[in-house]
Design a protein. Structure first.
Lengths: 261, 268
């Protein structure tokens, strides 16, 4: 067992505090190879209800690959991931209505109005009281004045808020957020973090959260997991990771881990 | 001048890069000229064989064939463009992660394709009546329904094939998927009878439901007979095309899930 594997086990202890809650994601030794390239190697982790887990790592670390596997958009080469107790690539439909996601890599149709976009997704997710739900979400993300504007005419910050509103349209039990605040100004990013935290607490939602903003991760995430070159390096609370790396901030810990050969 | 040449050659290289990485883009280069040459070449052969009296009948065939061709084309495009639209707008992941099942999505695109076909057919029929005094409804009578239904079905089946190609190759296949109906065009004996085609092409044409529709159309217009055999052959072949299309779609979708191409669509 190498030093890094040992550290993962040591820093996995914080998850025991949430053992009574339902496991939303259970990833066991997932590997993903693209030909000779290994994108993920033996990645194992759990995410429980009511918990925010930060998925951290430099560009190309394997975060997006892990998310795509969890969403059922990519099949792992080996290992197994269970989302809400089911294998997503085989039971996508049965879990889809209870999860949602928001990513910078996806967008909503630019030629539809804000309200039309949300209405489409509300109907796909079988939301009851569609108009009431849309109205509440638009208000929450402070885009209620943009309901009749086409999505293509929104600023990048407004688009991000629309995507976030879509990600909450079905009150998911599991939410996957891939750098949701990267295009927001500091004021709006702060508001969005508060909204995410409030909704998460209120609905006891589990959130898998990726971000390159380490201060944000420290503020928002109950636990964080750092992956590099497809392998998990460390997992624990932000404080545990800081302590492990002997640094005063998560950002310093991030840099230290990436630069350690 | 040297700088200009460098910039010109750089941009030239930029466009060549696309072909280096994409077979569909390269195939598209030869696709359109070849299909056009085939369609108009066979039509010319047909006209040369006609006796003088039947030339006026040719006009009726051509107008009807053109309207029928549009039913097939619009129904295929209704499916393909709807899926292309989601790739253009980077909305594919949102849909694939939602509870929408693939067959439900395809059904919605079928309905959209049918609506497009219906609207276009109505418009073209009215224009043909007003400008050319040709009424497709009275000329074909009840035969219009099974013939048009078969074209609609074949358009959907082709749409399933082209959608699978889209989900596998994304933007790279865009130019080619626009043209796939035109690959079927010269083989379907749309503007000329099947007998005009060379002997070695005829067995291929007989494998297409559209061939029986256009042969059936000419049988009604020319001889006034009800082409039951053509209806059944077209329906049976459509069933085969749907079955093979579903298997092809499923295979390419699973392959895209495994290779990660599905989440990288729009980047090729």
């Amino acid at each position: 067992m190498d030093e890094r594997t040992l550290l993962c086990e040591n820093y996995g202890m914080s998850s025991q505090t949430t053992n009574h809650l339902r496991t939303l994601i259970d990833a066991r030794e997932i590997c993903k190879n693209y030909g000779q390239t290994t994108a993920l190697y033996n990645l194992s982790f759990r995410l429980k209800q009511g918990e925010i887990l930060g998925l951290l790592g430099p560009n190309g670390a394997g975060k997006t690959t892990a998310i795509d596997i969890i969403l059922g958009l990519l099949t792992p080469t080996s290992g197994e991931v269970r989302v809400l107790g089911k294998v997503p690539s085989r039971h996508r439909h049965s879990i889809a209505s209870r999860i949602n996601f928001c990513s910078g890599d996806s967008d909503l149709p630019a030629n539809l109005k804000v309200c039309e976009n949300l209405r489409i997704f509300a109907r796909l997710y079988g939301v009851k009281h569609v108009e009431k739900k849309i109205s509440a979400l638009l208000k929450t993300f402070e885009i209620d004045h943009l309901g009749n504007r086409v999505a293509g005419a929104l600023s990048s910050g407004e688009k991000t808020r629309l995507n976030l509103a879509k990600s909450l349209i079905n009150d998911p039990v599991l939410l996957i957020l891939d750098e949701p605040t990267s295009s927001l100004d500091p004021d709006m990013a702060d508001k969005v973090r508060k909204i995410i935290k409030d909704v998460q607490v209120e609905k006891e939602m589990g959130i898998l959260y990726t971000s390159h903003n380490m201060a944000e991760v420290e503020h928002l995430c109950d636990r964080a997991m750092f992956i590099h070159k497809g392998k998990k390096i460390v997992e624990g609370t932000p404080e545990e990771i800081r302590r492990h790396c002997s640094t005063s901030s998560l950002e310093e810990a991030f840099i230290k881990m990436v630069r350690t050969p | 001048m040297t700088d200009s040449l460098r910039r010109i050659s750089t941009m030239f290289l930029r466009y060549l890069y696309l072909h280096k990485r994409s077979l569909p883009r390269t195939l598209e280069l030869v696709f359109w000229p070849v299909t056009e040459l085939l369609v108009w070449g066979f039509l010319t052969i047909y006209v040369q064989t006609m006796v003088e009296d039947s030339v006026s009948q040719l006009v009726v065939f051509l107008i009807n064939a053109m309207i029928f061709w549009d039913i097939l084309y619009r129904s295929q495009q209704g499916v393909t463009i709807s899926i292309m639209e989601e790739i253009w707008h980077q909305n594919l992941m949102n849909l694939l992660v939602s509870p929408l099942r693939l067959w439900e999505w395809l059904m919605a695109t079928f309905l959209y394709g049918m609506l497009k076909s219906l609207v276009i057919t109505l418009i073209l029929t009215v224009i043909a009546i007003l400008l050319y005094h040709f009424n497709m409804v009275t000329s074909l009578g009840f035969a219009l329904i099974p013939l048009a239904a078969n074209l609609l079905l074949f358009g959907w089946a082709l749409g399933v094939f082209t959608s699978a190609i889209l989900l596998r190759w994304g933007y790279a296949a865009e130019a080619l998927i626009w043209g796939i109906p035109f690959l079927v065009q010269p083989l379907s004996a749309i503007y000329y009878p099947l007998s005009v085609l060379p002997n070695w092409i005829q067995p291929i044409s007989r494998c297409l439901p559209s061939t029986y529709v256009f042969e059936g159309m000419r049988a009604v217009l020319n001889k006034g007979i009800v082409p039951y055999a053509h209806y059944f052959a077209a329906f049976a072949l459509n069933a085969v095309f749907f079955l093979v299309g579903a298997v092809f779609f499923n295979w390419l979708f699973k392959s895209a899930l495994s290779s990660g191409r599905l989440v990288r669509l729009g980047m090729d």
